[in-house]
Design a protein around this ligand. Structure first.
Ligand code: FE2
Length: 275
């Protein structure tokens, strides 16, 4: 991707986002929310990409991928007044439809277009599907890690906000019930992504979000997470009972093991040294 192509796509994105300013105050507020989320994911992407030793050209592509990954969110909120895909439509596919409709990628090489499209398509799946293409895998993994760093930040800010100041477009309307659903705890014990079908309460949702560490691809991502105290902050918004404390300890032990470079750490074929 050339510098000119990058600038054209950035300028398209700026114009695209401003279209949603014409809507009512609620749409405008949530447009701002996704606009700032996207710009932070871009920064997280570049930070992680540099830590992984990516070339300037690859960083440029990763930055554009991050900028475009959630364009469907703006239309999703304007159309359905929700960010819940289950109540509206898959926002990753909506992003792809918008990029196609607007011809945003058409000047890029077929290979670059394919990486961007597929990484966007996979970014919101519970888990990354089996991908053989190492280059695609690197960009798809980087986007998912960068996205998670900012979603943790957003979720923590939401949980810490006083009740009257919460933006309910972020939550998915779960009841704040005591206890933890046993299947959720079982998924964490097995160090696997918590199945969303078992989420029954806000505590379950917090544990699901904590359990995203099992899907983190790169050690630099875990380092950022630890440096910002995300796990401790999450523990502080969980109920002070044994189940929640136990769940936190499982996740913490997993992160410590990965940071210590245990041989069970996830493999990263593109950057084996950095895992
Ligand atoms: Fe997304």
């Amino acid at each position: 991707m050339t510098g000119v192509q990058e600038r054209k796509i950035r300028s398209w994105w700026n114009r695209f986002v401003r279209r949603y300013d014409a809507a009512d105050a609620e749409v405008r507020l949530n447009t701002r929310l996704k606009e700032s989320h996207t710009l932070r994911v871009c920064r997280e992407t570049l930070g992680l990409g540099r830590a992984l030793g990516m070339s300037p050209d690859d960083l440029r592509l990763a930055g554009i991928l991050a900028l475009l990954h959630d364009v469907g969110r703006f239309e999703q909120y304007a159309r359905y007044r929700t960010f819940a895909d289950v109540k509206s439509e898959n926002h990753a596919l909506l992003s792809l439809a918008i990029l196609r409709r607007e011809g945003v990628l058409q000047k890029l090489s077929p290979r670059t277009q394919s990486i961007i499209r597929r990484a966007i398509r996979y970014h919101n799946r519970a888990e990354l599907p089996a991908v053989r293409d190492r280059r695609l895998l690197l960009f798809a993994r980087l986007l998912r890690d960068a996205d998670k760093l900012d979603i943790w930040r957003l979720a923590l800010a939401y949980y810490a906000a006083p009740p009257g100041r919460k933006n309910h477009a972020i939550s998915i309307g779960l009841p704040d019930l005591p206890g933890v659903t046993p299947e959720v705890l079982e998924d964490l014990r097995e160090e696997r992504i918590v199945a969303s079908k078992n989420i029954r309460s806000l505590t379950d949702l917090k544990l699901l979000q904590m359990g995203w560490v099992f899907d983190v691809n790169f050690v630099p991502t875990l380092r950022v997470m630890v440096r910002r105290g995300y796990l401790e902050k999450m523990r502080n918004v969980l109920p002070a009972d044994d189940a929640a404390r136990g769940a936190h300890a499982i996740v913490r032990a997993y992160v410590d093991r990965r940071l210590a470079g245990s041989p069970e750490s996830k493999e990263c074929p593109a950057h084996p040294r950095l895992m």
